[in-house]
Design a protein around this ligand. Structure first.
Ligand code: MG
Length: 394
């Protein structure tokens, strides 16, 4: 019976360049799971692969256990790697020898973009030859240079390929080659195809997908993260307006944009009558076409009597987030003869920004009198006019 196994080499000590956490790169997080888990998923879910053997560093057992938890059923217990990659692969092969598998795929954990299609084509190629490896033709022009980086020669790239993993082999052939290399002290192979070549095994090059990249630097990690990120829905801007008026009544302070300001009167209303915050709330609700403040918090409902208006504003912001959107900015103009708004502007902006969970630079607070004209000019109350721009998925 044909059986096919996979060895993932994850014993390296290469720490992700620029990482603060000191994690070996095969355990660094990539698109929500460790780098190792990406190859493990591809290999363990392939219908043609019967067992997966991971070779780990002796100090990484707990990192490994966490990384493989979702895949535990397809896995053999990990084995510890050696000083070199070659030694690590040999130990992985020896751990599988008792099973007498017919084929093995050897793969580096640092290549997370392994696909089932590539695995299929490699296994297929083993019908013809004892070895087949993923590789890419060299696309760049190649130069040889001296110690001072001066070009001495242009190298013909016509027959040149870059070797990658997986590297697939008939199991007995590659195990025998590894054992022989170990016995004969040939320890300098950087991949298994090199060792197979030394042992006289013909190996076929199988063109990989072009996205089978190896993660080496912090830039590689960032690129891989972008490639794996789900395509975000495009956002479009929508604008809403809000207007509110509250009348003065006997009292000693007013609430405006969440700030308590001593004053000769209070504002009358069913809540704390924060007229500016009400206008902003309506502007946000208007931008997402979701009614108005009175529809969500009816003045007739006694539970909102004396309520702090930040409850209304916070609710509007949550409605934006629930719609997959975000608030780009809000801007309010307060119309009154008094109190003076300027001294409180920064506190007001900070309060609104805090409630909306946006940067304070996205909050504008302005004030004007009405030149003694109209109800505002007669000091009968305060009006507020607001705009909001939100970005929502199209
Ligand atoms: Mg109101």
């Amino acid at each position: 019976m044909t059986s096919t196994v996979a060895v993932i080499v994850a014993a390296g000590r290469g720490v992700r360049a620029g990482s603060q956490d000191g994690l070996p790169k095969q355990y660094a997080p990539l698109a929500g799971m460790p780098v190792l888990a990406h190859s493990l998923r591809a290999l363990s879910t392939h219908p043609g692969i019967d067992a997966v053997q991971v070779v780990i560093h002796s100090e990484d057992r707990s990192l490994y256990d966490t990384a493989v938890r979702p895949f535990a059923t397809a896995l053999r217990p990990p084995v510890h790697g050696g000083v070199t990659r070659q030694e690590s692969v040999r130990r992985g092969l020896e751990a599988l020898a008792a099973q007498s598998p017919s084929r093995v795929l050897i793969h580096d954990a640092a290549r997370p973009f392994l696909t089932h299609d590539l695995i299929d084509r490699l296994l297929c190629a083993l019908d013809e030859l004892p070895g087949a490896i993923a590789a890419e033709p060299v696309a760049d022009t190649l130069k040889r240079a001296g110690a001072d980086n001066t070009i001495s020669e242009t190298v013909d790239r016509a027959d040149l390929w870059r070797a990658q993993t997986p590297q697939a082999f008939r199991f007995d052939s590659i195990l025998a080659a590894h054992r022989r290399a170990d016995t004969e002290g040939a320890h300098d192979f950087t991949d298994d195809a090199g060792l197979a070549e030394w042992a006289g095994l013909p190996v076929k090059l199988v063109a990989s997908s072009g996205q089978n990249m190896k993660l080496t630097t912090a830039q590689d990690m960032a690129l891989a993260e972008r490639l794996l990120a789900p395509a975000a829905a495009p956002l479009e801007p929508r604008t809403g307006g809000g207007f509110d008026v509250h009348a003065f009544a006997p009292g000693d302070h007013v609430w405006l944009c969440g700030v308590k300001i001593p004053h000769s009167h209070r504002l009358e209303g069913h809540s704390d009558a924060d007229v500016a915050m009400h206008a902003i709330t309506d502007a946000i609700l208007g931008a997402i076409g979701d009614g108005d403040i009175g529809a969500h918090f009816p003045p007739s409902d006694p539970q909102w009597r004396g309520a702090a208006s930040h409850i209304f504003l916070k609710d509007a912001a949550e409605r934006v987030r629930a719609a997959g959107g975000r608030i780009a900015n809000v801007d309010v103009t307060i119309l009154c003869e008094s109190p003076k708004i300027g001294p409180h502007r920064d506190a007001m902006r900070a309060a609104i920004a805090g409630i909306l969970q946006i940067d304070v630079a996205r909050v504008g607070v302005k004030a004007t009198t009405t030149e003694s004209l109209g109800f505002v000019g007669r000091r009968e109350g305060i009006a507020a006019l607001a705009n909001a721009t939100v970005l929502v998925p199209t």
